[in-house]
Design a protein around this ligand. Structure first.
Ligand code: SF4
Length: 253
């Protein structure tokens, strides 16, 4: 079986490693499920800061209120045009997102030196010809690679350190632009309520051998997908799975 989208990505790898059956429902059957408000908020936040960085790259000095208005109009247009599973109320979610954005515009945005934003990169993996793709949120003039997260609680250092996402991004960056002294970091905006928003910067330094282990893992996942292996991985987290109804109704793969 060929890769369903013709390439492999970090989100595909994460889904397959969580549960191959879930990967089947999402990428092979292409079942669309409403996203929850946390994912929705992250998407709107990313769209707003992309707008901000595009204005900066074009030489502008955007007024914060313009970026905040942009956030609100995307939020309302998207919320009206697609299904969202609101576990927290819509208004509360919008206010929390605006608080994240205000924090970003005050503490992060003005210091950033954007070079590229939402940059899609791809590279063929040596030996297999498999195409690996990723979209980097921000590359700055000093080649700092940044990924932004919005979440409810603080991240641990180890969560950032062990994340394969950045190692994929750095690999794609080096393959696209040659080895450059690029640094990697997460900028995490977190808080459960608009009144209590915080921010943390988490540098990522890849451990020795991390890239080799990652490439081996990618090869293994691609091979399993090619072999049509999509077994269910039943764990306590199944209760949060978007496909639990399909999984129950259709039975084991
Ligand atoms: S309910 Fe559990 S086993 Fe079924 S697809 Fe979701 S994560 Fe996998």
């Amino acid at each position: 079986m060929a890769l369903p989208r013709g390439y492999i990505s970090h989100s595909q790898l994460r889904t397959y490693n969580e549960c191959p059956r879930k990967y089947w429902f999402s990428y092979i059957e292409g079942i669309q499920v409403p996203c929850n408000e946390k994912v929705f908020l992250g998407e709107v936040f990313h769209a707003a800061i992309e707008h901000y960085f595009q204005l900066r790259i074009a030489g502008g000095a955007p007024d914060p209120s313009v970026v905040e208005d942009h956030f609100t109009s995307i939020f309302e247009a998207e919320a009206a045009g697609r299904p969202v599973a609101w576990e927290a109320p819509r208004r509360e979610t919008r206010e929390r997102g605006l608080a994240f954005l205000k924090h970003f515009l005050k503490h992060f945005g003005p210091k950033a030196r954007p070079l590229m934003v939402e940059k899609e990169l791809s590279a063929e993996l040596p030996g297999s010809g498999v195409l690996l793709k990723g979209v980097i949120d921000l590359i700055e003039e000093d080649y700092a690679i940044t990924d932004f997260k919005t979440t409810t609680s603080r991240w641990s250092d180890s969560r950032a350190r062990s994340s394969p996402q950045m190692i994929i991004y750095k690999y794609l960056f080096d393959r696209s632009f040659g080895p450059l002294p690029a640094t990697m970091k997460y900028e995490v905006f977190y808080g459960k309520k608009a009144a209590n928003v915080r921010h943390q910067t988490l540098p990522v330094v890849a451990e020795d051998g991390a890239l080799d282990r990652l490439l081996a893992m990618i090869g293994h996942v691609v091979e399993r997908i090619g072999a049509g292996a999509f077994p269910a991985n039943e764990t306590a987290f199944c209760r949060y799975c978007d496909f639990r109804r399909e999984c129950r109704e259709k039975g084991p793969a």
